[in-house]
Design a protein around this ligand. Structure first.
Ligand code: UDP
Ligand code: MG
Length: 324
């Protein structure tokens, strides 16, 4: 069989016991569709330290074939889990999607067809749905607009962790992207190559609850800006200019007042000036702190994730060797 007709489907799983049976059934249907077109697809589940029964459920899927499960030693987070999946992928095409059926597995065969026609990055773009809360939609738009503005490359909106990448991109992401502050959905847009965006309609989460709440979304936004832009660091210059202008006005006012013998009573001005100035300074220090923390993290160079054990379907290794 031709080497390019292989696909690894990476799915990161954290406490998804309720969603997994339905998800696995659907993704297996997609695998069967692919098989009917001569594509050998394998499902690579990454168990990101689930504390529910997800681990056992995944091992049972592995008994049935076509599946490999990578159990991480603890919860390392979605980005780390996706990297673990990518590192263990052996096919030259790799698809990523979430385990909660918000990313319909039925779209994978269509994405693969595009990849086999020569598209290196197939991005799945979520169509905005009416039942999403207005606030979430607004935050979403602000997030992508800001990112697009800060990044030095075009960023497609509403493209999250649902995409399929072809041979050159798989290789680049496996070999060259070893940084620790990870933002895979940004990396796939950064690399360039031939990319295509296809729309899909997101379903509601089948079961369980979203693990991305306010603080996690904020952390994601922070990591996105840290890993794609130095613009926040440069705000110091703008702040300095503004503070300088203000101090000039205050100084001129005080000096003139003093010369005409009516020095302004300084208390209010002083308090205002000092509090505003120190708030600006602390803010800038915080921004610098974020970048320094990132440098420290990179310098330590600790692993992004640790694998506790791997469970592969019987015959999986032999099948793969044949397929290659
Ligand atoms: N996930 C993970 N590790 C985590 C949190 C989430 O692997 O620490 C997985 C989760 O099981 C799901 C995907 O990442 O498959 C996306 O998570 P979720 O659905 O909670 O995020 P949302 O869709 O709300 O952005
Ligand atoms: Mg989800």
């Amino acid at each position: 069989m031709h080497a390019s007709l292989r696909l690894d489907i990476v799915v990161s799983v954290y406490n998804e016991e309720a969603a997994l049976p339905a998800f696995h059934a659907e993704v297996s249907r997609a695998v069967a569709t692919l098989a009917s077109r001569g594509v050998v697809a394998r499902i690579l589940y990454v168990n990101d330290g689930s504390i529910d029964r997800s681990g056992e459920i995944l091992d049972r899927f592995a008994d049935r074939g076509g599946v490999e499960v990578i159990h991480l030693s603890r919860n390392f987070g979605h980005e780390a889990a996706m990297l673990a999946g990518l590192d263990h992928a052996t096919a030259d095409h790799v698809a990523f999607l979430d385990a909660d059926l918000q990313h319909p597995p039925a779209e994978i065969p269509r994405a693969f067809t595009l990849a086999s026609e020569g598209w290196d990055v197939v991005l799945m773009q979520r169509q905005e749905s009416e039942d999403e809360s207005g606030l979430r939609r607004l935050l979403n738009r602000v997030f992508y607009r800001t990112l697009d503005h800060l990044a030095r490359f075009p960023v497609e909106a509403n493209v999250s962790d649902f995409f399929l990448i072809g041979p050159p991109v798989v290789e680049v992401l496996q070999r060259e992207f070893r940084e620790r502050t990870r933002f895979l959905r940004g990396f796939v847009q950064w690399v360039g190559f031939r990319r295509i965006v296809i729309p899909y309609v997101a379903a509601a989460r089948v079961a369980g609850t979203s693990k991305y709440h306010g603080p996690r979304l904020l952390a994601l936004a922070r990591d996105a800006s840290l890993s794609f832009s130095s613009a926040p660091l440069r705000t110091g210059f703008a702040a300095a200019l503004v503070m300088f202008a203000i101090s000039m006005v205050v100084a001129a006012y005080s000096v003139v007042g003093w010369m005409v013998g009516k020095p302004p009573s300084g208390y209010t001005t002083l308090v205002l000036f000092m509090t505003v100035a120190s708030a600006v300074q602390f803010g800038l220090m915080a921004i610098q702190g974020e970048y320094i923390a990132q440098i420290v993290d990179e310098a330590k160079g600790r692993p992004v994730y640790l694998v506790a054990r791997r469970v592969a379907s019987r015959g999986e290794a032999a099948e793969r060797r044949q397929a290659a």
